[in-house]
Design a protein around this ligand. Sequence first.
Ligand SMILES: NC(=O)C1=CN([C@@H]2O[C@H](COP(=O)(O)OP(=O)(O)OC[C@H]3O[C@@H](n4cnc5c(N)ncnc54)[C@H](OP(=O)(O)O)[C@@H]3O)[C@@H](O)[C@H]2O)[C@@H](O)CC1
Ligand SMILES: Nc1ncnc2c1ncn2[C@@H]1O[C@H](COP(=O)(O)OP(=O)(O)O)[C@@H](O)[C@H]1O
Ligand SMILES: [K+]
Length: 503
Amino acid sequence: MKILTAAQTRAADSFTINQQGIASVDLMERAAKAFTCWFENKFRPDKAIFVFCGPGNNGGDGLAVARLLHARGYVVQVLIVGDTEKASADFRLNLKALPQEVKPVVVTEAVATPTVPADAVIVDALFGTGLNRPVTGLYAAIIANINESKACLVAIDIPSDLYTDSQTPAAGAVVKAAYTVSFELPKLAFLLPQHEELIGEWHVVPIGLDAGFIAATPTSYHLTCLNSAQQLLKPRSKFSHKGTFGHALLVCGSYGKMGAAVLAAQACLRSGVGLLTLRAPAAGYTVLQTAVPEAMTLADTNKKHLSSLPKELAPYTVIGVGPGIGQEKTTRAMVGQLLATASQPLVIDADAINLIAGSDKLKAMLPKGKVIFTPHPKEFERLAGKTANNYERLERLQEFCREFSCYLVLKGSHSAVGTPEGTIYFNSTGNAGMATGGTGDVLTGIITALVAQQYSLEAACRLGVYVHGLAGDLAKAEVGEIAMVASDLIRYLPQAFQKLLQV
Ligand SMILES: NC(=O)C1=CN([C@@H]2O[C@H](COP(=O)(O)OP(=O)(O)OC[C@H]3O[C@@H](n4cnc5c(N)ncnc54)[C@H](OP(=O)(O)O)[C@@H]3O)[C@@H](O)[C@H]2O)[C@@H](O)CC1
Ligand SMILES: Nc1ncnc2c1ncn2[C@@H]1O[C@H](COP(=O)(O)OP(=O)(O)O)[C@@H](O)[C@H]1O
Ligand SMILES: [K+]
């Protein structure tokens, strides 16, 4: 699914209006109907509804929603903030269309806003994608009042005063919605962690924007949803054999962190790899042979930390490195040896990232077009440098992937996969139960297995994060978020892959 900017969305609206030969107010009506349909499923008509409308088309949506909710038996109060004379044409049409029983109140002073009962619902239709500066004065005061109320807050399209595509200035007063119902496509702002308290739970409802126009609109930002993950997954052919699915080498573990190696290895095996060999310090030999009997283990001569690679690298389709390896000098030397000699794709995680981040020499050795990095935000900062905010971090992600011709999974709530072309694919699965030690090791195992099976590096990253998050979501249904541990994800990988195979 594409993520478009506010300007691109406006263009899609205009194109749709022309192409379908409808009036813009008809598209507004579709938006209002789609919103109302969602709303009716969420809130019963015994709730009092307060709709706050601004002067633009977002306010127009609010007026149309008020009319539709009134027709469905809700008690609706409309509050218009701003000068109705200067309001948009579709706003004015919808103002005229309000039934007599719904008497709108024009609010000219913040103190005049009614006290909204705690069990009521506020619909925020003050500003949408047309916001072009931080709100001040009356609007800021009204937003402060709305935020103070205990009522449930539902934003139309986007919470008012939140910028759609760029950092919202700190001076603004943004509506803190419990729910945001947006039209046709999600917005970039929804995917960033700093907006959690403002956007709440977000939903996207279709309004029939022209699919051809959206397909032809260029964007760097995409969201990987079930449908695209299913298209990425390759079914196994009947005559395949273990050689078809590649031989992965996972270079992992150190004394006291052998669990990371176990998790990565088990996840790799549960993600369809043909053969798996583990390279771990000697102390891990019995642990790994016992915990992961399906994998072969080649022990390092060093007891506690990795110091060398297996003699032959040629048999391996892909090499995953990092989970639990630590940052000893000998291990850094081994990472250098890997970068210098490996000709196959590399999946680089955890301390392998930290070792590379701390050494310009190692960075300069990175092979082009063959590396997937899987950092969490702190590791990303070490690798690519500090950034002032999450928008800047996304730009840095694009720059880094271009500079090093690499793929990078920036892990988080909506993990972002960066490609050498500068495209970013956000993930749509996963939950806060996954914020627990070892889940990243599981992801390394999954992505390594997918590369072994000849998925392109881009597909391995996108499908890998999707299925990892899906396993987390399935695990959540059984164990909840609080008690979830990384091995729960491995238990649910089979169901997650099965779900992707169901059409
Ligand atoms: N047909 C369509 O296109 C469809 C559009 N749809 C809906 O339209 C929404 C976009 O509507 P929009 O473009 O009219 O912008 P909107 O967010 O209502 O605000 C613009 C108004 O606010 C004003 N203003 C801005 N910033 C301000 C500030 N800080 N403080 C004070 N005023 C400020 C600005 O005034 P001005 O800059 O001229 O002073 C202007 O009057 C979109 O989110 C979706 O909900 C759907 O119905 C689907 C079909
Ligand atoms: N709130 C969250 N929602 C969705 N996924 C999450 C959340 N928190 C963490 N994750 C996922 O869990 C994994 C954590 O990885 P990482 O921080 O490397 O853990 P570790 O180093 O302990 O293995 C990542 O894939 C990340 O996307
Ligand atoms: K809004």
